[in-house]
Write a protein that binds this ligand. Structure first.
Ligand code: MEV
Length: 421
């Protein structure tokens, strides 16, 4: 069988039915998966148990980004986002990167950490050493809280500690390192921390305060790189402009924030589509961007000796494929099926690649014609609907606004009045 390819020409021009057919064939979706995609939400009786004070669900558009080639494997990437142009940008960035072989991605492994804070201690160094001396026993205790991880050779692996001078005296923060494999891991980590905390307090001769998962997940990093050839990106001048823009983002926190948002556009959309924790991912990403003591641009751009653009993105990836919403939510389950990832590590590699692709497309537009033309063309359908267009009218008004290069509400209302008249 020939390898499946995600560079599907004209995918965005297909009808809804045809797009679903292509994705179903690519990812082996069945009728039930497709029905869930169309429905968009679990049955209300199940939604009732997913959060609190439920009175409904909100439908967010769910699409797939095309063209992704990561470590030699083709992916169609599911994305849930309310922002028009996010899916198009990721697909476009992936298309540029694909010319030079796509993305190369790695991970450091699925190690999460959980913190246990000990206060009211006389000598923090002595407390720290007394606890660390019993590390093996504490790791064994922690492992009793998981039925699965130790059997997989995963589970509690290390215990480290750091001393801080706080507002109310010294504290020692212990960090339990756990290989959580394909889980996001927050629940098992917090359970382990709460279980070993009394023993740590006893050994330290202090009082335990916080016991909570560490979202600065620097032992669970994914790194993606790509080369954007100067021809594919539109010329060396664009690359030079782009590098000027990157320099602005590196030194200027205002621009760094938007620069990073361009990567998060794609990342958050995939995290949401797969039922993962968008807040954990986002807090970890931005914290990692500030790891040198100052908030910096996280996607990095350079020029190589051939004059091509080289992009790198390294970031914490706190995602799983086996627990919580990733399993309970039928659309999230379908998203993981569409992606075809076999491990949380692989999902992390996809996320870093998607972040880089999203950023590449935004950077290219900013360095060339600007972002507004493309963005407004993709936004024109929303403007048409805001003006009151329905059904086929939406496409007609959208086309008209683009031809007139007047993507605004007033023009949409005027054009709609003409049609109706
Ligand atoms: C818009 O959603 C994202 C951008 O603002 C990102 C950036 O500024 O790089 C275009």
């Amino acid at each position: 069988m020939s390898q499946k390819r995600s560079n599907i020409s004209g995918f965005y021009k297909l009808s809804y039915e045809d797009r679903v057919k292509v994705v179903s064939e690519f990812s082996g979706l069945n009728g039930e998966d497709v029905a869930w995609l169309k429905k968009g939400a679990p049955e209300m009786e199940d939604v009732e148990h997913m959060s609190e004070n439920i009175i409904g669900t909100i439908g967010i558009p769910f699409g797939v980004a095309t063209n992704f080639l990561i470590n030699g494997k083709d992916y169609l990437v599911p994305m849930a986002t309310e922002e028009s142009s996010v899916v198009a940008a990721a697909s476009h960035g992936a298309k540029i990167a694909r010319v030079k072989g796509g993305f190369t991605a790695t991970t450091t492994g699925s190690f999460m950490m959980v913190e246990i804070q000990v206060v009211d201690i006389d000598d923090p160094e002595v407390s720290k050493q007394r606890v660390l001396a019993e590390k093996e026993e504490l790791l064994t205790m922690a492992d009793t809280r998981s039925n699965t991880l130790p059997k997989l050779g995963a589970g509690a692996k290390d215990l480290e500690a750091e001393i801080f001078e706080g507002f109310y005296g010294s504290m020692v923060v212990f960090r339990l390192v756990v290989d959580v494999r394909d889980a996001m891991g927050a629940n098992v980590m917090n359970t382990m921390a709460e279980y070993i905390a009394p023993k740590i307090a006893e050994l330290a001769g202090g009082r335990v305060c916080l016991r909570v998962v560490d979202n600065y997940a620097i032992r669970r990093l994914a790194k993606a790189t790509c080369v954007a050839g100067k021809e594919a990106i539109g010329g060396e001048d664009i690359i030079d402009n782009l590098l000027q823009g990157y320099s602005c983002a590196y030194f200027n926190q205002h621009r760094a924030t938007g620069h990073n948002k361009g990567a998060m556009n794609g990342i958050t959309a995939v995290v949401l589509a797969t039922g993962n924790d968008t807040r954990a991912m986002e807090s970890g990403f931005h914290s990692y961007a500030a790891r040198c003591g100052r908030y910096r641009a996280l996607p990095v751009w350079e020029k190589n000796k051939d004059g091509d653009l080289v992009g790198t993105l390294e970031m914490p990836v706190q995602v799983g494929i086996i627990g919580g919403m990733t399993k309970l939510h039928p659309v999230a389950r379908t998203a993981i099926k569409i992606l075809g990832v076999k491990s949380a590590d692989e999902l992390g590699q996809v996320l870093a690649s998607v972040g880089l692709a999203s950023k590449l497309a935004a950077e290219r537009a900013l360095a060339a014609e600007g972002i507004q033309d493309g963005h407004m063309r993709l936004h024109a359908g929303n403007i048409a609907m805001m003006a009151g267009a329905v059904g086929k009218e939406v496409e007609i008004i959208k086309e008209k606004l683009c031809v007139l290069k007047q993507v605004n509400l007033k023009t949409a209302q005027d054009e709609l009045a003409k049609i109706k008249g």
